[in-house]
Each structure stands twice: as structure tokens, then as C-alpha cells.
Design a protein around this ligand. Structure first.
Ligand SMILES: Cc1cc2nc3c(=O)[nH]c(=O)nc-3n(C[C@H](O)[C@H](O)[C@H](O)COP(=O)(O)OP(=O)(O)OC[C@H]3O[C@@H](n4cnc5c(N)ncnc54)[C@H](O)[C@@H]3O)c2cc1C
Length: 413
């Protein structure tokens, strides 16, 4: 199998870009920036793809300002790229043809928390940690956690999932309504706060995952959840990656409501031990979190322990204090940086695979065999409760032969 990464690039006309930038300077003053440093910050840094900076970055403060930028760019046929905090991993915010980056970092308002309805209305530039900080005093939280402290606008646009999806679903399941500036500058509201409707098209879900291609999201209504009374986290090692996957499959099939169940291969554990100064046993591992009442969490943990034992799992380590849990999950969230540190100077090519849970163990094993046949180094982390895992393949950007052209994978069957 050959995977090719090259794409043709044609730049937008310089005259059109200059005209747009001149107008933006007039309307936005120093909120329209053309310095090389700021443009570089808005090109991509977390992937193997070369950075492709926009021609200018503009910082709107509200939906009307977004609409005015969009109308201007549309009139001059200049590309526009909405920007959250730039954590996406596949070159999303690059500007291959040039154009204007629309940075939403000045749109962070929490417009309304409806405690009784368990929803919140926000602007897109607020990050998930900022939102949860705001919600804490209400005893509520927003669970979707893709690892990075991404903006909610970026998370809607990439239909983010992550470590909690096994219990709470993904962005697809947790967005109630959106307000969006369309590519012609019109503003649409996709739905009301009502939890159900059967009238009309499901426009909300059309925009979730549209990666900035269908419009700029300017307002988001999200579902919220009560903070659980008790939370506990644990690590559990297994004799093989297949055993860890099989324990996961059984956990899900028996309906145990784990909040997080994450797979790490032995190399990944080694990497986070080095990076985060931990001393976890370097073997295939599941990292778990249980949410509920004190009694419920204890019961879930006991049931999981029985399942793990059936597949040779052992060496349970518990983290019940909040600071221990945070350290463990921070280490998991830093797995990208821990991985690239294994081969200094490299960037990670992140794969993202999701299979029906019954095929998980086969798929992870086949993927490991594929990697071995290429000679690359790669780590595995997975939100395996959903049958979803990532392999991060480490490539050297200074060696084009590693990423231009192809990866050659010898298929066993
Ligand atoms: C270490 C790490 C681990 C990750 N793990 C996971 C994971 O397990 N599961 C998962 O699902 N994701 C994962 N991600 C990806 C993560 O979901 C995205 O990085 C994040 O959602 C992007 O948010 P952002 O604010 O950084 O957006 P950006 O990177 O700035 O933008 C991302 C895309 O959204 C568009 N966009 C941004 N804001 C808007 C807006 N207001 N309106 C319209 N379009 C907009 C941009 O144009 C771009 O196409 C991971 C990322 C990192 C760094």
C-alpha cells in the first residue's frame, strides 16, 4: 500500500490579498496583524506538514465583525481560515493558497449558563479548560477532552472526541445549537435550545466536523453534566496488547460505565515515564477513570478488576487524590510530546483509526506489524472503549524521503 501526501498549491492573487489587508487595517486597526512572527504562529506547528502561514491575522470581537471579514474576503475571493488555538494535528490551519486567518481568541464570552436545563451558550474562542473553570462553581462540567486545551470552536469544527467519549460521547452528541457566519457573510442559527426536534434538516450536525470549510462558528450551545460525586483513576498492566484490548472489549460488552479507558503500548509508557518523570511499569497498559457515587465507583472498580484478571491483568495502581489523578492524566495528555522526545528533532504523523469494538485487538496487532515492516518508530495510545486508537509515527522533517512520496507498508495478507 502506498500513501501519498503531496498536494498541488496555487496562491491567491497578490492584488486581491493586498486590497483585503488594506480594508482590514482600516476597520480593525492593530487587530489586523501582518508581522511574520504572528503569521508563523498561525501556520501549523504540530504536524509533519511544513508551515504555510496566512498573509494576515485578524482578531474579531463579535459575530458582526466576523461577518464583515467574511464578506470582504468573499468579495475579493481571498481564502479565510478560522483559527482556535492551532492544536489540530493534520495541518488544518495552514494557508496553502495564502489568505486571512480569523483568530477567535477575543471571542471567549460565556453568554449564559442555564443550570436547570444543563446547557451553556458560549463564544467559540473559549478553551475547554477555561469553560470548566467557569462552570466549577455551578457544580457542572463539559466532559469532552481531546487532550489539548483546544477552543470549543475548534473542537466543534473537528468533531473532537477523546478520553471521555466512551461515557459522554463526542462533540457530535454534545452540541445543541450553533450560530455560524456562512461564506457569503450571512448569519444562521442552526437550532434552538430545545433538546429534540424533528423539523427540518439537522444543520447543527452538518457544521460539526466541517473544519472551517462551511462557515465560521460564532456561538455554541453545549450540553452540560453534573460534576461526579466521586472520581477514581487506575492503571493496570497486561501481558500483551491483545490481552489489554480483550479486557477492554469485555468491559464494554458487559456494560460497565467506565468514564475513560485508554490503551498505552509499552513504548508509550516508557516515553511518558521519561517525559513526565513517572515510574509506571513498562508494559501494555490500560489507564482508567470511574465516575459516580462513592459506592458506584468502588463497584465499577471491583468489576473491572475481575475482568482484567481474566486476561492476565494485574499490578493495579490507584490514584484517588485529585493531584495524583491530574498528574497521571497530564502525563497521558502530554503523550504527543513524550513520543517525539523519543527521537529528538522529529515530528509525529498521527493516525486515527476507529473500528467496531469486537475488531479492536486484531486491528491494533495488525497496525503494530505494519509499523514494524516500515522500520519507523511509533507509539500507540487509544481511546479503546470506542474502538479508537492513534499511532504516532516519528519522522524527521529534515529527511524528505521519510515523508514526501510514500510510506511503503508490506501487507501480510
Ligand atoms: C496532543 C493532542 C492530542 C489529541 N487527541 C485527540 C483525540 O484523542 N481525539 C480528537 O478528536 N482530537 C484530538 N486532538 C485534536 C483536537 O481535537 C484538535 O486539536 C482540537 O479540537 C482543535 O481545536 P483548536 O482550538 O486548536 O482548533 P484549531 O487547530 O485552531 O483549528 C482546527 C480546525 O477548526 C477550524 N476552526 C477553528 N475555530 C473555528 C470556528 N470558530 N469556526 C469554524 N471553524 C473553526 C479551523 O479552521 C481548523 O480547520 C488532539 C490534539 C493534540 C494536540
Amino acid at each position: 500500500m502506498t500513501i501519498t501526501f503531496e498536494k498541488p498549491v496555487q496562491r491567491v492573487s497578490e492584488g486581491a490579498v493586498d486590497a483585503v489587508i488594506a480594508e482590514l487595517h482600516k476597520s480593525f486597526g492593530n487587530r489586523c496583524v501582518t508581522s511574520q512572527a504572528v503569521r508563523d504562529q498561525h501556520a501549523h506547528t504540530l504536524t509533519w506538514t511544513a508551515p504555510q502561514p496566512p498573509d494576515a491575522v485578524v482578531y474579531p470581537q463579535n459575530a458582526d465583525e466576523v461577518a464583515s471579514i467574511v464578506k470582504l474576503c468573499a468579495a475579493h475571493k481571498v481564502p479565510m481560515i478560522p483559527f482556535g488555538v492551532g492544536t489540530s494535528l493534520e495541518g488544518h490551519v495552514n494557508a496553502p493558497q495564502g489568505g486571512i486567518s480569523i483568530d477567535t481568541s477575543m471571542m471567549k464570552r460565556v453568554i449564559a449558563v442555564h443550570e436547570s436545563d444543563l446547557d451553556v451558550v458560549i463564544e467559540p474562542g473559549i478553551t475547554r479548560k477555561e469553560l470548566n473553570e467557569h462552570l466549577r462553581s455551578y457544580g457542572l462540567f463539559f466532559p469532552i477532552d481531546p487532550g489539548a486545551d483546544a477552543t470549543l470552536g475548534g473542537m466543534v469544527a473537528t468533531r473532537a472526541s477523546g478520553t471521555n467519549a466512551v461515557r459522554y460521547g463526542t462533540m457530535r452528541d454534545n452540541v445543541i445549537a450553533l450560530e455560524v457566519v456562512l461564506p457569503n457573510g450571512d448569519l444562521v442559527k442552526t437550532a434552538s435550545r430545545a433538546r429534540k426536534t424533528s423539523a427540518g434538516y439537522d444543520l447543527t450536525r452538518l457544521f460539526i466536523g466541517s473544519e472551517g470549510t462551511l462557515g465560521v462558528i460564532t456561538k455554541i450551545t453545549l450540553k452540560l453534566y453534573g460534576l461526579p460525586e466521586a472520581v477514581s483513576a487506575a492503571t493496570c498492566t497486561f501481558p500483551s496488547i491483545r490481552a489489554a484490548c480483550d479486557a477492554t472489549i469485555m468491559t464494554i460488552q458487559t456494560g460497565l460505565p467506565v468514564a475513560r479507558i485508554e490503551l498505552l503500548d509499552a513504548l508509550m509508557v516508557k516515553a511518558i515515564n521519561i517525559h513526565s518523570k513517572l515510574s509506571l511499569p513498562e508494559a501494555p497498559m490500560l489507564l482508567l477513570e470511574f465516575h459516580g457515587t462513592e459506592a458506584g465507583v468502588a463497584e465499577q472498580a471491583t468489576r473491572f478488576g475481575e475482568i482484567a484478571a481474566e486476561f492476565g491483568g494485574g499490578d493495579f495502581r490507584w490514584a484517588t487524590r485529585p493531584e495524583e489523578r491530574s498528574k497521571l492524566w497530564q502525563a497521558r495528555h502530554d503523550s504527543y510530546w513524550a513520543s517525539v522526545a523519543l527521537r529528538p528533532g522529529t515530528k509525529g504523523v498521527s493516525t486515527d483509526v476507529c473500528v467496531p469494538i469486537s475488531r479492536l485487538a486484531d486491528c491494533v496487532e495488525e497496525t503494530q506489524a505494519d509499523l514494524a515492516s516500515t522500520g519507523f518508530i511509533g507509539t500507540i495510545v487509544g481511546h479503546v472503549g470506542d474502538g479508537n486508537f492513534h499511532m504516532l509515527i516519528l519522522i524527521d522533517p529534515a529527511k524528505p524521503e521519510e515523508y514526501l512520496g510514500s510510506f511503503k507498508i508490506k501487507k501480510a495478507s
